[in-house]
Design a protein around this ligand. Structure first.
Ligand SMILES: Cc1cc2nc3c(=O)[nH]c(=O)nc-3n(C[C@H](O)[C@H](O)[C@H](O)COP(=O)(O)OP(=O)(O)OC[C@H]3O[C@@H](n4cnc5c(N)ncnc54)[C@H](O)[C@@H]3O)c2cc1C
Length: 427
């Protein structure tokens, strides 16, 4: 029987393993982490990602979990509201939704474990094996470090869904090309919820050269992403310090972040931050990586999700495009894997380039749009003249700016084309 090994049980690996197991394919999913603990990763589902989950038969699972919908996007420059866009009400369940990735993954793992052909291993993929032990031959399995021991697991296909620092990618000698992206992110979480009327709004605040985004998460906490533009002093500070030995670093976590954030926000928001400063968790620095592999596959190996194309956080694309990768991969893989005769390894290898070529145009377009979105924000932060113009013209442009902005977001919300699962789901 054909056997697929998937490295990494993030959004990509777990949904793929679930779908394959649901269609009777023998699949082993290997996850390095002992807990699905990822505080700030991939909380935002866009309509295209929610539609992908629906295709997978997982919308109802999502509805059993705590979530928070976004109804409105508001952007404020130096206290002046300059853009407000409302999510169409008739989008219903497809409106952008904030989820807890750990709770979603835990629930999905439980569901997948009901299938006898699904196997889960807690361990780290640290090697690839090759046919006849020749390193230039087809990949024929993985070597996993599990409970202090090395275990070899044979596979007809190894799928690297092990995230942006993918070990499978490195082991398969598939190079990654980094794209220029002008910002990292410092994540802040405050336990104090905003007033009920503000909980469905995503805010973007800019004051002079500084900016942050804020939203109420699925657990009613307030999450804020302070943008560390590569030109800003805090970024220099963080990067210079991280190059120093631990004992010589200044404690940048000791910056009064509540005060710093409050100074950027308009008065009502600033008041909330200051009044609840004691509930602010220490910041978490996340270096953003926007990159793509020119080639996602080798004989016996396929990369998907962040392993093939790490996405930036802006406009929440990562899980969404990864879920869409999974649907396309399943569409190509199932007809080859479910054949009545013996599965041909050549036939598996032959479809791998088709998966990449079907997905790559959307990935490249979304990455380009992410860069443009970030570049607009950076331009406003850099140019006092532009800020001044925006503030002066905001009463005139506000009635149209929301609609124009929403139209510009179309591909980042729905993808560049519909992605549909071909095979009917079994119940
Ligand atoms: C700051 C930040 C915020 C983001 N916000 C959003 C958002 O709101 N919405 C959105 O859609 N995306 C967001 N993203 C992107 C999103 O997190 C990723 O694109 C998405 O999680 C990709 O999923 P993945 O399954 O491919 O990779 P990951 O989620 O990274 O999962 C990879 C898994 O592989 C495991 N692993 C790694 N190495 C090994 C190994 N050697 N052996 C076994 N297992 C291994 C890891 O433990 C992990 O569980 C954000 C990214 C960043 C950096």
């Amino acid at each position: 029987m054909v056997h697929i090994v998937i490295a990494g049980a993030g959004g990509t690996g777990l949904t793929l393993a679930y779908l394959l197991a649901r269609h009777g394919i023998e699949v082993t999913l290997i996850e390095a982490a002992t807990r699905f603990d990822r505080v700030f990763r991939g909380e935002g589902l866009m309509p295209g990602g929610i539609q992908a989950l629906e295709q997978m038969g997982l919308l109802e699972l999502l509805q059993t979990l705590p979530t928070q919908q976004i109804h409105t996007w508001k952007f404020v420059v130096n206290d002046r509201p300059f853009l407000q866009a409302n999510e169409p009400e008739d989008l219903g369940v497809y409106r952008p939704t904030l989820i807890s990735q750990p709770l979603f993954l835990e629930a999905l793992l439980k569901r997948a474990q009901a299938f006898p052909c699904f196997h889960f291993i807690q361990g780290t993929v640290q090697g690839l094996s090759h046919e006849g032990d020749r390193s230039d031959a087809r990949v024929s399995g993985v070597v996993v470090r599990q409970a202090g021991q090395e275990v070899a697991i044979p596979a007809d296909l190894v799928i690297g869904a092990d995230g942006r620092k993918s070990a499978v990618r490195r082991l398969a000698n598939l190079p990654l090309e980094k794209l220029d992206y002008d910002a990292d992110v410092l994540w802040l979480r405050m336990a104090a919820p905003l007033p009920e009327s503000d909980r469905h709004t995503f805010y973007g605040f800019i004051r002079d050269a500084e900016s942050f985004g804020a939203y109420t998460a699925w657990d009613n906490s307030l999450k804020m992403a302070y943008v560390l533009s590569h030109e800003q002093p805090p970024r220099e500070r963080v990067s210079k310090e991280s190059a120093l030995p631990q004992e010589q670093r200044q404690d940048w976590k000791a910056i009064d972040w509540a005060d710093r954030i409050a100074k950027i926000a308009p008065p009502a928001f600033a008041h909330h931050i200051r009044a609840n400063a004691d509930t602010l968790d220490p910041p978490v620095l996340l270096n953003v990586m926007l990159a793509q592999c020119p080639q996602w596959h080798q004989p016996g190996v396929l990369l998907l999700g962040d392993a093939a194309h790490p996405m930036a956080p802006i406009r929440a694309q990562g899980i969404n495009v990864a879920l869409r990768d999974v649907i396309v991969a399943v569409n190509h893989l199932l007809p080859v894997l479910q054949t009545a005769t013996e599965v041909s390894l050549e036939a598996i290898d032959a479809i791998l380039p088709n998966i990449q070529s079907e997905r790559q145009p959307e990935i490249l377009r979304c990455q380009e749009l992410q860069r443009q979105e970030q570049a607009h924000a950076t331009q406003i932060c850099r140019s006092p003249l532009l800020r001044q113009t925006l503030m002066l013209t905001s009463p005139l442009i506000r009635p149209f700016s929301g609609k124009v902005w929403m139209a510009r977001q179309q591909q980042l919300r729905f993808g560049i084309q519909p992605v549909l699962l071909n095979s009917p789901l079994l119940n």
